[in-house]
Design a protein around this ligand. Structure first.
Ligand code: HEM
Length: 208
């Protein structure tokens, strides 16, 4: 019989944590605590949440491989969908609040700023992945589903590029995210992931 990998405390914690940035953001908006430029602050917060949730979704497979913690695999989809949710709010603030649905101006902004083109490409990939993340699409696309969902790596790379390109030179935080992404992607390379898993086994047997 297949053992259930559903972990109620972990799943509950994941869902609560994923809603937290939105709840805090709405509270701060209500209280007028979004600083002197609330639109920019809301854009930055939702963008950061989308990126963090995307990286967490990318972290699930390596965490399972190295630590043999299967329960995290069930979190890949919700984390990806939450990332898409924050990216959608981020984009909605950009077009609706920042540019007031002036599609001429939005088109100029998107074409002028390379960081915006890359952000939009990330958003489109996340949209595709969100739509096709259901069991129905999994059945319909069969083997191709896995191939399609490898686009999540491209989304990670584009999201970090978006962040690197939009900040001023000398700001180091995007590079921290880039480092985390490189680490997560390198854990997909067989020799590296096998090495990390055996290192963890050695360390835990020493401790036992
Ligand atoms: C859909 C198209 C997108 C557009 C037009 C867009 C636009 C923007 C804009 C205007 C900013 C603020 C720049 C500033 O004032 O300094 C920003 C910041 C940011 N965006 Fe996006 N974005 C998009 C998609 C995304 C996506 C999909 C992600 C992540 C998955 C993302 C992650 C970020 C991050 C991490 C920041 C910086 C946050 C910070 O500095 O704290 N964006 N974006």
């Amino acid at each position: 019989m297949k053992r259930s990998t559903f972990n109620l405390p972990l799943t509950t914690l994941t869902h609560l944590s994923a809603w937290l940035p939105l709840a805090i953001g709405l509270w701060d908006l209500w209280q007028g605590n979004l600083g002197p430029d609330p639109i920019r602050e809301a854009t930055l917060r939702t963008g950061k949440s989308a990126l963090i949730l995307l990286l967490l979704s990318l972290a699930c497979t390596p965490v399972n491989f190295i630590f043999k913690y299967r329960s995290v695999l069930k979190l890949r989809r919700p984390l990806g969908l939450y990332s898409f949710m924050y990216a959608s709010i981020h984009f909605a603030i950009f077009i609706g609040v920042d540019y007031f649905f002036d599609f001429g101006l939005i088109q100029d902004a998107l074409l002028e700023k390379r960081f915006a083109i890359v952000g939009l490409s990330t958003g489109i990939i996340l949209l595709f992945l969100a739509i096709t993340s259901t069991k129905g699409w999994q059945r319909r696309l069969k083997k191709n589903w896995k191939q399609l969902h490898r686009l999540v790596y491209a989304a990670g790379i584009l999201a970090v590029t978006h962040y690197i390109w939009l900040v001023k030179q000398g700001v180091s935080q995007p590079w921290v995210f880039a480092g985390i992404l490189v680490l997560l992607l390198s854990m997909r390379v067989k020799p590296i992931k096998n090495w990390a898993a055996s290192l963890f086994r050695q360390l835990s047997s020493q401790r036992a």
